[in-house]
Design a protein around this ligand. Structure first.
Ligand code: PAF
Length: 280
């Protein structure tokens, strides 16, 4: 059965209040739509843990630093609703824009430190947009649990910090990245890749896996990083925003494999920005 689609905060609250009165736990899966198996795995994790599951779909203008990127972002609401059909989702919240940003909206939630590097550096303002919309979605849905993919690892850490700092009573749960058979991390942006670019895209994960092996064998990022970047460019990537080894906890820069180390990459392929990260 297709879950009901709710577009106003008052309708959403009418339903969540009834669930809370019945002492039911609520899980939320925030998305921007164009759902893929990665999103569906989050909805399944929510279904397993919570009595009620809300999937939100909102293409959040405040987290796009490039208006073209916002314009091109895939929007596939009906298809998304069908994909959620067999997963037992209770409600799809597709807020009208004024339910998130009413006239006169003037508040920004900004997490410092964790947002200074990686995507925070190459996409100025992006994480302010994410933290602002996610804090609103947490408060609007009154969810007890929220599910995010580790593919956007920095986002996951930023959201955890934000929820803790603002005392929002929600447990933020990170779920593993889901990959295509050829290793490409699933992402809504993969839909924007041309056929030719799609063939080259898995090279990002390949280069990261090779780098991981070399780091585990005792190599240093300062030696191996430039070579790996050159490999990506030679394979047809147009630009590497970053390829860095960092602590998975505080995102501090590392040069060698360590407990909790993760490799992070963002690179452009034929006009599409791909990101990925793996534990080392
Ligand atoms: O990861 C995303 O799709 C978005 O950044 C999120 C968390 C839904 C906020 O708009």
């Amino acid at each position: 059965m297709i879950a009901p689609i709710v577009r106003s905060l008052s309708d959403l609250r009418a339903r969540t209040k009834a669930w809370q009165r019945a002492d039911e736990t609520i899980g939320v899966v925030p998305t921007m739509g164009a759902l893929h198996q990665g999103h569906l795995s989050l909805a399944r994790a929510a279904r397993e843990k919570c009595d009620r599951v809300i999937v939100t779909i909102f293409v959040n203008p405040k987290q796009f630093n490039d208006p073209k990127d916002l314009e091109n972002y895939p929007r596939t609401e009906q298809e998304d609703a069908r994909k959620l059909e067999s997963l037992g989702v209770d409600l799809i919240y597709v807020p009208d824009p004024d339910q998130i940003y009413p006239d006169g909206f003037a508040t920004t939630v900004s997490v410092s430190g964790l947002t200074d590097m990686l995507c925070g550096e190459s996409r100025p303002g992006h994480f302010d947009g994410v933290a602002t919309v996610v804090s609103k979605l947490f408060l609007q849905t009154s969810a007890d649990f929220a599910f995010f993919g580790e593919k956007d690892y920095q986002q996951l850490q930023v959201v955890r910090r934000m929820a803790a700092d603002l005392d929002i009573p929600i447990a933020v749960i990170g779920c593993p990245t889901i990959r295509e058979e050829d290793g490409l991390a699933m992402s809504s942006r993969n839909l924007l890749l041309s056929d030719r670019a799609r063939i080259k895209a898995p090279v990002l994960a390949e280069v990261m896996n090779d780098l991981r092996e070399a780091l585990l064998a005792g190599g240093r990022m300062s030696d191996l990083g430039p070579e790996a970047e050159a490999h990506l460019l030679a394979a047809g990537f147009n630009k590497v925003d970053y390829l860095e080894l960092r602590s998975g906890r505080d995102l501090g820069l590392l040069d060698q494999a360590a407990e909790d180390a993760r490799l992070f990459a963002a690179a452009w392929l034929a006009g599409v920005r791909l990101i990925d990260n793996i534990g080392v």
